[in-house]
Design a protein around this ligand. Sequence first.
Ligand code: PLP
Length: 434
Amino acid sequence: MGASMATIALSQAYPLGTIINERGHLEIGGCDLVEVAERHGTPAYVYAEDDMRARARAYVEAFAARTGDFEVIYASKALPITAAYSVMAEEGLSVDVASGGELYLALRGGVPPERIFMHGNNKARRELELAFEAQIGCLVLDSFGEIELAEELLAGSGRRQRVLIRVTPGIKPSTHSYIQTGQLDSKFGFGLEDGLAAEAVRRLRDSAVLDLVGVHAHIGSQIFELEPYVKTIQLIASFVGATGLDCRLLNVGGGLGIAYTGEDEPASIEEYVDVKVRAIREVFDPVPRILVEPGRSLVGNAGVTVYRIGTIKEIPGVRTYVAVDGGMSDNLRPMLYGARYDAAIANRPDAPVTRMTTIAGMHCESGDILIRDVELADPQVGDLLVTPATGAYGYAMANNYNGVPRPPVVFCREGKTRVVVRRETYEDLAAHDA
Ligand code: PLP
C-alpha cells in the first residue's frame, strides 16, 4: 500500500492496493471512488478484482509450497455472482455451492462441473437432480435422508457419484454462535460423538451408486485462532482410523477470519494453510488430498460499499446519527450478528477525524444501524461514506426491504470499472408479479 496509507482510516480492512490519490480521494483497483459513485450511483458494492485474485493465488501458492495434492475450493456463498465464479475458475480454484441457484450461477460462470462440490443440509430433490444432470464432481452428504434420496435418483443411471460425508466434530471455535457449525448440536452433518458419522460410513459401504471418498468438516466462520483446526483434524483422524474409511479426500472447510476493522488481526492465509497441512501430515498416513473451502478470506476484504450521506441528526449530548442511502438491505451482518465495521469519508479519507457518529441506514427499523460509534472527519450531507470489508456476505444477503433495489456490483481493475451486476430498478421489484 502507498505511503499515504498511514492514516488510521486505511487499515488492512481495505482492499490490497488501496491508496489516497493525488485528488485526495480513496482509490480502489486504480479507480477513484468519487468517480465510481458519480458514474454508477450509490450505494454500490465496489471490488478490487486484483485483491480477490491475489488472495486466491496466496492460497494456491501456500499449498503448492507444502504439498502436491490439494484443492482450493471457493465457498461461493460469500459472493455468489457469475463474475466471481469466473474469476475463481480462472485462478484455478474449485467451487462449493450450497443450492441449486449457486450451482446454476457456477455453471454459468464457467466452472467445470467436475470441480463443483455441493453442500446443503436440506437439498431438494430438484437440486440433486440438477447436480447429477450437470455431473458435479462431489456431493457432500449431510443426512441419512439425503443418502436415500441420492441413491433413489441415481439408481439405474449407471453412474457412481463421488461423495464426502460432512461431520460435526464437536468443536466450538470462538466466533458468533450463528456462524459456529462444528458443534454436536448443529443442524449440519453427522456427529462424531453421537456415532451418526460412523453409521453413515457403514450405510455407504455397500452403496451401488455412491462412492464415499472422504470426509468434510467446517467448524465455523470468521475464526481467528488456528488451534481448533488442529483439534478437528485429530478427531477426524481418529474417526477415520476407527471406521477403516478409505479417506482419499479430506476437506477441512473454510473459516479463516478477516480484518473488518483496524483492530482485527487475523492469521494470514499462509499461516492458516501451514497449520492445516502440518496437522494433517502429523496424524494421517497415508496423507489424503487436502481440500480447503474459504469464502470470506477470498472476497471479504476485496470489496467496499460506497454510500451517499443524506440526513445528519444531532441529538445534543446523546448521539449524532449520520444516515446513508442503504443499510440493512445491503449489509445485514451488523443486525444479524453484531458485526463491527470501520468507515471513512471517501472524498477526503485523510482528513483528521473530528466527530463520533453512528451510521444509520434508511430503513424503517431502529435496529438499522450499520456502525455504532465510529469517528469520522466532519461528515457533511452529500459526502461519500465508505465501509471496507463488505465483500463477503454483503451482496449475498442483500434484500429488497422497504422496496429498495439492490445495489450494483462494480469490479475495478487497473483503473477501469466493470459493472458485473447492474443496479436493480423499480421495474425489477415488480418483475415477478404474477
Ligand atoms: N464451507 C461451508 C460448508 C460453509 O458453511 C462456509 C460458510 O458458511 C464456508 C465453507 C466458508 O466459510 P468462510 O467464508 O468463513 O471461509
